[in-house]
Design a protein around this ligand. Structure first.
Ligand SMILES: [Fe+2]
Length: 345
């Protein structure tokens, strides 16, 4: 099986002559005297090589080659042709035959052609094996990179959480505020059909939206009762401070717009730039709603929390004014706020 070669010739004498010579070379020649018999052998076992006469009655060498290739596409064939059949031999080469030798067959030349064909097959095997090995290496490399990226992302998220805790430590009433906002934003993003990358950006942006509060004086942040206009002006600096803190870090660059603009109002009455409508980054419009909902349903120094029913009415009143009406619709209809912890209803 290992070294079997199929020899097809309608002149049986030629077939067995070739077989004998190949046997001397250490191969095992199997003969067939027509295409049909050859295909029968070819179907039963895989040969190293097919050596076939071109001109045969009934099924000629070209048809045999075509059928043999349909059964085993990688079969290597050597065709035998005399000078009158040179066109057919050329056609056989176009069909993927490895070589052709002229009849009457010079057996030394045939052996040489057989050896060349088998060497080519060996090389192909080695190259295929090398490619498979390369692909495996590539796959391993890709997996290692993916794992490294996953670890890096986790480390980033951990760092962000530390930052968020640092802001929240300044004001115990805002504890877990960022995480509740994050959860509501993620739910909204999913409803809006965000892809994985957009969701990831929104996750960081929503967690960090108030990072700039770190730059606001404690006595302003923790003031009980109404804020003076000067204190309010200071509070309004926090989106700018937040963007300033994060702009130095490449990883956060694409999250800056949502942090900078999370207090812009749909009707243009917000800050810092008074952007209106869809000129406000989509993520910022999402964060604004979740942030507002959590703020009015949580206790703060300067006021009490609001019951859920009133909070929802309050959001409804801001539709098209403070809030993007479409996103607000999703927030209310899909009960995005249900995921929020600490709702006092
Ligand atoms: Fe804010």
């Amino acid at each position: 099986m290992e070294n079997r070669i199929l020899i097809v010739d309608d002149e049986e004498k030629i077939g067995s002559l070739i077989a004998r010579r190949l046997n001397k070379e250490g191969y095992s020649g199997v003969t067939a005297n027509n295409g049909k018999n050859a295909l029968h052998h070819h179907d039963k076992e895989k040969f190293l090589l097919l050596i076939s006469d071109i001109k045969m009655p009934e099924m000629d060498g070209l048809e045999l080659l075509k059928k043999a290739k349909a059964m085993h596409p990688d079969i290597t064939a050597i065709m035998m042709a005399d000078y009158q059949e040179i066109d057919m031999a050329a056609e056989a080469m176009r069909m993927g035959a490895f070589d052709f030798i002229k009849k009457p067959v010079d057996s030394d030349q045939l052996v040489l052609s057989v050896k060349k064909a088998l060497l080519k097959n060996k090389l192909k095997e080695v190259i295929d094996g090398y490619h498979t090995h390369l692909e495996k290496l590539e796959e391993e490399k890709r997996k290692r990179l993916q794992e490294a990226l996953r670890i890096l992302k986790k480390a980033n998220l951990n760092t962000v959480n530390v930052l968020v805790k640092a802001i929240e430590a300044k004001d115990p009433y805002t504890r877990d505020h960022s995480d509740r906002v994050r959860k509501m934003c993620m739910k909204t993003g999913v409803k809006l059909g965000f892809n994985e990358e957009m969701l990831e950006n929104l996750e960081y942006g929503s967690l960090l939206h108030d990072i700039g509060m770190i730059g606001i004086a404690d006595d302003v942040l923790q003031k009980q009762g109404r804020l003076s206009s000067e204190e309010y002006r200071q509070i309004k600096e926090h989106p700018l401070i937040g963007a300033k803190i994060l702009e130095e870090i490449d990883f956060f660059r694409d999250k800056l717009p949502m942090i900078l603009h999370h207090h812009e109002h749909f009707d243009g009455s917000g800050y810092p730039d008074g952007l209106r409508g869809e000129t406000i980054p989509l993520e910022a419009r999402i964060i604004l709603i979740a942030d507002a909902f959590d703020a009015i349903t949580s206790m703060r120094y300067h006021r009490k929390s609001m019951p859920l029913k009133d909070a929802l009415m309050e959001l409804e009143r801001g539709k098209g004014k403070q809030f993007d009406p479409y996103i607000l619709g999703i927030f209310l209809n899909e009960k995005i706020y249900d995921s929020s912890i600490g709702v006092s209803s």
